[in-house]
Design a protein around this ligand. Structure first.
Ligand SMILES: [Zn+2]
Ligand SMILES: [Zn+2]
Length: 263
């Protein structure tokens, strides 16, 4: 499996990165490549187009309905409907993009897009996170986590790019420390974990991890490698990285746009 960072800025787009969006790809036994997009936050649809032709995505997985994780679904919708070559109107057929998200995803995207009552999001095949989702060789398991809105961490299992057998990538979405995020990241080969808050600065609980708490979760889960993400534009990456290194002994990096991790 490969994970590519499209955007990793926390809570909003930043000067160096759009908000949360990641591509996960894997090849099946026949050599066909499958690609799933995890989240499509503010600003991410722009650079996404430099990595993949959007209508060729196999699936889109949305962790929760904060704008920094889903709002650019509006851009994807316009692309799928009106692109002169790849769009529904040009092809005369509607290829409905499989999308999974929280229960209110269709309503929220419809409102954001300004759809009339008689219109539907006809370019999306929308479903909810009530069970694991199989996309080609990728199994995506949702774990309900601790955030102010319905939110999920995603545990993705699929074929290794570096050896035989299956490997696991876990994406925390947005969450504070909880049993579910430890379960989601259990033994993960790569743990993409949010570390939005800073110790002794951000006191609120039930919203985000800090660098220290992200490290504690990675340690409790036995994750083999951690990549910290969702740092807000006003936060020092060095501070968060140092926090995480104080509680997690494994390899740990900061997510950067354009970076690809191979497991
Ligand atoms: Zn967020
Ligand atoms: Zn959030």
């Amino acid at each position: 499996m490969r994970l590519t960072v499209v955007g990793c800025s926390g809570s909003m787009a930043g000067p160096q990165s759009p908000a949360s969006s990641y591509l996960v790809s894997a090849d099946d036994a026949d050599g066909r490549t499958w690609t799933v997009l995890l989240d499509l936050g503010s600003g991410a649809f722009g650079p996404l187009q430099s990595y993949v032709e959007p209508s060729s995505l196999d699936a889109v997985a949305i962790t929760h309905l904060h704008p920094d994780h889903y709002i650019d679904l509006c851009g994807l919708y316009v692309y799928l409907r009106y692109h002169p070559e790849h769009g529904q109107d040009a092809r005369g057929t509607c290829r409905r993009m499989p999308v999974r998200g929280p229960a209110a995803t269709d309503e929220r995207v419809g409102v954001a897009f300004g759809l009339g009552e008689a219109e539907c999001l006809c370019c999306f095949d929308l479903g909810t996170w009530d069970q694991p989702w199989q996309v080609g060789p990728l199994t995506i398991e949702p774990y309900a986590v601790d955030h102010p809105v319905e939110a999920y961490a995603l545990r993705i299992t699929g074929p290794s790019d570096t050896g035989d057998g299956d490997v696991t990538i876990t994406y925390s979405g947005d969450t504070d420390a909880c049993d579910a995020i430890v379960d989601a990241a259990r033994g993960a080969d790569l743990f993409l974990v949010e570390a939005a808050f800073q110790e002794d600065r951000d006191e609120a609980r039930g919203i985000h991890l800090t660098g220290r708490r992200a490290g504690e979760v990675a340690t409790a889960a036995g994750a083999r490698r951690a990549v910290l993400t969702h740092l807000q534009p006003w936060t020092s990456p060095d501070v968060i990285l140092a926090e995480a290194r104080g509680t997690y002994a494994g390899p740990v990096d900061l997510a950067r746009p354009g970076e690809t991790y191979v497991v």
